[in-house]
Design a protein around this ligand. Sequence first.
Ligand code: S3P
Length: 177
Amino acid sequence: MRRVVLIGFMGAGKTTVGRALAEKLRCAFRDLDDMIERRDGRTIAQIFNSAGEPAFRRLESDVLRDLLQDSKGNGDLILALGGGAFVQAENRAQLEQAGSTTVWLEAPLAELERRCMAENKERPLAREQERFTRLFAARQADYALAQFRVQTENKGPHQVAAEIEELLKQRQSGGRK
Ligand code: S3P
């Protein structure tokens, strides 16, 4: 059983690439933000607005823990995290304990900004450019703790998914990143 977890900043393409990869590998796909919204009954933006970020982070960790527990022994899974989930040490520890393979989808700040503006997903932490830029810089060291990294600049989701598939194959045959 493999658990491949896509991490990275807002706009990195974790959800779209995750779906493409799951299709390629013919396995299940989950998006942590979607699961949070389904469990809570509010959108991510509503949770931020009414309960605040610390409450969102607690919910995020709870949903991740339950997902890792419930998916045990259920076959391969591709999981897309929200941009802040891997920054929490507790979540990284949970993922490691569950034997996850973590992949950082990287892109330059300007491209992430462009992608976020082009999507109509409401992102509470992308409302102010200055904060977006600060968070981007502050999170790089945590993202770098992922086992693999893939540069996504100027690449479509299928190309990125193919690169991840290749990395996974190499790893299985004993190669390193
Ligand atoms: C967040 C990213 C969002 C979502 C929430 C917080 C973050 O997910 O989890 O708005 O802290 O970077 P995406 O990375 O999918 O936009």
